[in-house]
Design a protein around this ligand. Sequence first.
Ligand code: FE2
Ligand code: FE2
Length: 470
Amino acid sequence: MSSIDYAEKIPNNVNLVTDRTLQRALEHWQPHFLQWWRDMGPSDFQAADVYLRTAISVDAQGWAHYGVTKMPDYRWGIFLADPAAERKIGFGDQMGQPAWQQVPGEYRSTLRRLIVTQGDTEPASVEQQRLLGHTCPSLYDLRNLFQINVEEGRHLWAMVYLLHAYFGRDGREEAEELLARHSGDADKPRILTTFNEPISDWLSLYCFTYFTDRDGKYQLKSLAESAFDPLSRTCRFMLTEEAHHMFVGETGIGRVVKRTLEVMKELGSDDPAKVRAAGAVDLPTLQKYLNFWCSSSLDLFGSEISSNSAANFANGLKGRPDESQYEDHVLREASKTLPTPEGDQTVPMLNALNEVMRESYLKDCEIGLKRWNRQIERAGFSFRLTLPSSRFRRTIGAWAGQPVDPQGNLISKEQYEKNLYSWIPSESDRAFVHSLMHKVAAPGKMAAWIAPPERGINNLPVEYEYVKLQ
Ligand SMILES: [Fe+2]
Ligand SMILES: [Fe+2]
């Protein structure tokens, strides 16, 4: 186990003191990061005392420390999972050869692009969520939001470390650019569309952390397979933190469902208008939010048929999530048949890896749906939540711009346009959800549209004052 030295200006387990040039470069970037945090991080809560976990080692047995801190004092650091002895490349044309400790010249720009694209999503999500604190449904939720935010900040550090340590001057320039692009900015937006969508209500936050952070999990898992060992080790540790973000999404939606069911029982009705009038989120509206965020996140996997994904796999840069679960790690002989609007198309498996990833992602998304539907079933109601078809509302790939309903059927353009806002939130749906968003900041109290969590954080009671507002 490698522990982390908190006496250092930049906590790290990469022996930063032995590389003075790198240390100086990162110490130069650090105040820029802090300025970005103050300008673009959670608005207005910088002076609050927050009960946060901080990574203190990369040991699975006890990697985090919990304590009260102000967010700008959070110890953002650089932590890589311990190296695997004599690690070999696990897939692609160079399978079985030693993993790379340096970036091979021929893959330099592609690897840099992969790291920058991943890195860009981390601060983007903090920016998307920066106003949410003002409408938190409880101090427990507020703390979870801030926990996610500081960890996304740390994920940015993780990618910036790789850029500084392995990509020279280009890498340092990219690190500055990561602070210069901003979510939703007209001139300098974030790289990926989903990360420019504003998250202005907590229902969207739970959907984002359920669907979009889960895309993050799949991207990190595929990069954790990389032949470039420092990238692999970085992503392996990031996954440890990522699990909490998806927990917030899954339990958040589960608590919304629970509260809605309580209201439906009290009313003896599943009439959405009555549920809304009683101050809860009706299930059809929740379904629309799921449709919106799931379809938006599916685009993040890219085109079904992609020569980039083929090259990245063949060259060992990016594998499949959990590569070891597959039998064939080279894929030179395999093919896959994909449905397209023009009919089935059979392509080399290497070119279909985005779709392979998307399919396993959707399977992972089903887990929460099953749980929430069990809650609804137990409460005696017939409504069922579903995931939209992966062809619905796509803006990338074979199904881009096609009029497809959430079940995956091609329909007419007129039908699509007429029905779209019965499938995703309309302006008035959003206005209704926004009308529920009021800050609840007394310890242990919850907004009326969400049930309390089953337990508090780190064995503390739900009533604990997780954020002390100044
Ligand atoms: Fe992240
Ligand atoms: Fe995350």
